[in-house]
Design a protein around this ligand. Structure first.
Ligand code: ATP
Ligand code: MG
Length: 356
């Protein structure tokens, strides 16, 4: 009997409703070709749900997702709905509730994508950003004192735990092992942040000692951002704390070109809980409803999902199909200089995957 994976599908808002069907179309083609099955549970949780019910998802939302093998998300957010509603009502509870402590973003220049870095080719931009997703600078610990007086005092605590730091570093080194270059770069700022960042560096050195086969480098976040732009070819796997990883995981896809292509994953590596896969882009209200958006970021996120589920060959086949389509002048959406619709691109990719 073939293996069946249970996937929770949350299209969300705006173009998420247009990209997820194309993601599912290509996943279905991969499932048929590689002999596994996907059982889909659809959830219409979105900003519309919030307008109707006062909540982005029902109170038992997390429980409904809990038995899924993965969550396949489109985009969440809409003009007029504040982030503390959309982000904190859906995305953050899922990330935290399921201990998705790795935020993973491949940053790869695809054929035909427009990198803003002059003269750079596909061989120069091919790295992963690994962001710690649960602690660090984004703690909820802190506050204001003496508000409104001239003694006003505001603080926010950065929290690193040994468990939290070690597990993200371990993930980065394990990922590097699967790559040709076998190299990990750490983002730090121990010259200015003198308690937490030296601790991060210490744990990085300790973890590196377990991986003599992996090369390492370490840069302060400021110069690291400059190197992303000037020397993207230096990087293979780049690991950072919640804040530094946040910065790098927007900068990385930006140097790799089109926002419509970039995928991302929120992963619980131990598989104790479902992981979540979503494109880097948002709900793009400016182009929503027209079926002109690029579905590749969603489709590539689906490929990451299959790899996480253990269907590595099927995931790679999808990425190869994306490369083939872009290299061989297949249909492309306007953001990549074409005229094709969202569905045209999805159908073309499904065909390439099916044909093998
Ligand atoms: P977020 O919702 O994450 O805060 P945002 O609203 O600032 O992000 P996006 O929704 O990602 O940004 O859109 C930024 C710009 O990129 C918009 O002009 C949008 O039309 C364009 N864009 C985003 N995704 C796509 C896509 N898949 N295809 C084509 N254009 C896109
Ligand atoms: Mg948005």
């Amino acid at each position: 009997m073939s293996k069946t994976y249970r996937i929770a599908v949350i299209p969300g808002d705006g173009i998420g409703k247009e990209t997820t069907p194309e993601g599912l179309r290509v996943l279905d083609a991969a499932a048929r070709r590689f002999g596994f099955a996907l059982k889909l549970d659809h959830y219409d949780w979105s900003c519309e749900t919030w307008k109707r019910t006062g909540a982005m998802m029902p109170p038992d939302g997390l429980d409904r997702l809990r038995d899924s093998d993965s969550i396949f998300l489109g985009a969440v957010g809409w003009p007029g709905v504040p982030d503390h509603v959309s982000l904190w009502g859906l995305l953050i509870p899922i990330r935290r509730g399921f201990d998705q402590y790795v935020n993973l973003r491949p940053c790869r220049l695809m054929p035909g994508a427009k990198t803003p870095l002059a003269g750079r080719t596909e061989a120069d931009i091919d790295f992963y950003v690994v962001r710690e997703n649960t602690e660090g600078e984004y703690s909820s610990s802190g506050g204001r004192q003496f508000e409104g007086t001239d003694r006003e005092f505001v603080s926010q605590l950065t929290v690193f735990t040994r468990t939290g730091v070690d597990r993200i570093l371990k993930y980065a080194f394990e990922l590097a092992r699967t790559r040709n270059r076998k190299h990990v770069t750490s983002a730090t700022k121990s010259n200015g942040i003198t308690f937490t960042m030296p601790y991060w560096d210490e744990r990085f050195a300790a973890m590196a000692a377990n991986y003599p086969d992996i090369g390492t480098a370490q840069y302060h976040i400021d110069i690291l951002c400059a190197h992303f732009v000037q020397h993207p070819d230096w990087f293979d796997v780049v690991v950072g704390s919640n804040l530094f990883g946040d910065i790098l995981s927007d900068l990385g896809p930006a140097v790799a070109g089109s926002i419509g292509i970039a995928p991302s994953a929120n992963i619980n590596p131990e598989r104790a809980h479902p992981s979540m896969f979503e494109p880097v882009h948002g709900s793009a209200p400016d182009i929503a409803g027209k079926f002109i958006c690029n579905p590749i970021g969603q489709i590539w996120s689906g490929a990451m999902m299959l790899e996480h589920l253990g269907e590595v060959e099927a995931g790679r086949a999808i990425v190869t199909a994306i490369e083939t389509l872009l290299r061989e002048g297949g249909p492309r959406t306007r953001d990549m200089g074409g005229q094709a619709s969202t569905q045209d691109v999805g159908r073309a990719l499904a065909e390439i995957v099916a044909a093998g």
